[in-house]
Design a protein around this ligand. Structure first.
Ligand code: PMV
Length: 364
């Protein structure tokens, strides 16, 4: 599809008011997106695991205004309380998507949102949050254009979510999601994410992700700053080539269930993301001493027990511990005995691979 395909034809129906409620999951990248071009176009393709329980639930209550507003009209609530600090982010998002959802100035929106994970846990809610909001807005567009195809609904939700926060486009569906053009994947595009289209071995079914909260609270360096760093980064071009190569290498690894190959690529991607931050100008160190302690313990445990456990990181100090479901009992014991001590207040989140966003019933 091309950008023009997301511009709607004149709407067939008028809708005065309504509500939409969606729960969208977070995701964790195996091949990292780090660096972007204008309009949230990624500098390289990325591949992610959709999570299951780490999610944002958003309800949008919309009411048609008498005449088009000059400004966007919305009220924001986070976990039941007004949340004015989210306003600039939503304003920017609405401006970016207005051309694709021309009804935005015709309605007042009450947006109520909550996260399944603890507030300030260091888990980014922008992916799940922008995905949930995009799905709610697509629900309204589907009311105005009831002939919309379900596949188009999801594609456009991912397209819109991308304009809110790049990685959010990978939070609409599950379980393995690809975003960004790659010659190895004919359907892949920079505009929205797609389901990983090739064979995936059963060992990756119900893959586990235990998220160790090393440092809670807001990220020290925003991803916007991190992406910007890649514009003049001395290693940027090599990094983008490496991401393409790693994605190609993953294809047979995922098909054959080659866990050693999987671990090598996933950990290398995580460390490369952090290496980019350390070698940028300015430079940043996002890991904390406890992040390194955990990584070393994981390596020791893997060496000693031959358990195919590995880690990945997002742009912060927390550690995602990834492992197949059949090793769950012994890995959880190891995490409790050896890793929880490095978590802030001993906090961690047990999650696993998930299957995408869900529409929920609105209570009357
Ligand atoms: O979606 P953004 O702009 O917050 O960027 C996310 C970047 C990483 O989480 C570090 C990697 C990724 O692919 O999700």
């Amino acid at each position: 599809m091309i950008i023009k395909d997301f511009l709607p034809d004149p709407y067939l129906v008028k809708k005065k008011e309504g509500k939409s409620l969606w729960k969208a999951p977070s995701n964790i990248a195996l091949i990292k997106y780090w660096g972007k071009k204008q309009n949230q176009i990624p500098a390289n393709p990325s591949l992610s695991l959709t999570l299951n329980s780490s999610a944002t639930t958003t309800m949008v209550d919309y009411r048609r205004l008498g005449k088009n507003g000059t400004d966007f009209a919305f009220d924001l609530f986070f976990e039941g309380r007004p949340m004015e600090s989210f306003r600039p982010k939503i304003e920017t998002f609405f401006k970016r998507i207005e051309a694709y959802l021309p009804f935005l100035r015709q309605y007042h929106f009450k947006i109520e949102t909550s996260n399944s994970f603890p507030h300030s846990s260091g888990i980014a809610s922008s992916a799940s949050g922008m995905a949930a909001l995009s799905l709610c807005l697509m629900d309204l567009e589907r009311e105005l254009n009831p002939e919309m195809e379900p596949t188009f609904f999801k594609k456009k939700a991912s397209f819109l979510a991308r304009l809110g926060s790049g990685s959010a486009c990978r939070s609409i569906e599950g379980d393995l999601i690809l975003w960004g053009e790659s010659p190895d994947f004919p359907e892949s595009t920079d505009l929205h994410a797609i389901k990983y289209p090739f064979k995936v071995h059963g060992v990756f079914k119900n893959y586990q992700d235990t998220i160790l909260l090393v440092q809670k609270g807001k990220k020290e360096v925003s991803s916007t700053v991190g992406h910007d760093l890649m514009h003049h980064h001395p290693f940027a071009d090599r990094r983008f080539v490496q991401a393409h190569n790693n994605l190609s290498k993953l294809r047979p690894i995922l098909a054959d269930g080659d866990l050693a190959g999987f671990i090598q690529i996933v950990e290398s991607e995580a460390l490369t993301l952090h290496a980019m931050m350390m070698t940028g100008s300015p430079y940043f160190m996002l890991m904390k001493p406890n992040t390194l302690e955990i990584i070393n313990k994981i390596w020791e445990f893997r060496r000693a027990t031959k358990t195919p456990i590995c880690f990945t990181l997002d742009a912060g100090a927390n550690v995602h511990v990834l492992y197949p479901e059949d090793g769950k009992e012994s890995v959880m014991q190891f995490i409790k005995d050896e890793l929880v001590a490095y978590c802030e207040n001993g906090q961690y989140i047990c999650d696993q691979i998930g299957f995408g966003a869900r529409k929920l019933m609105v209570e009357k």
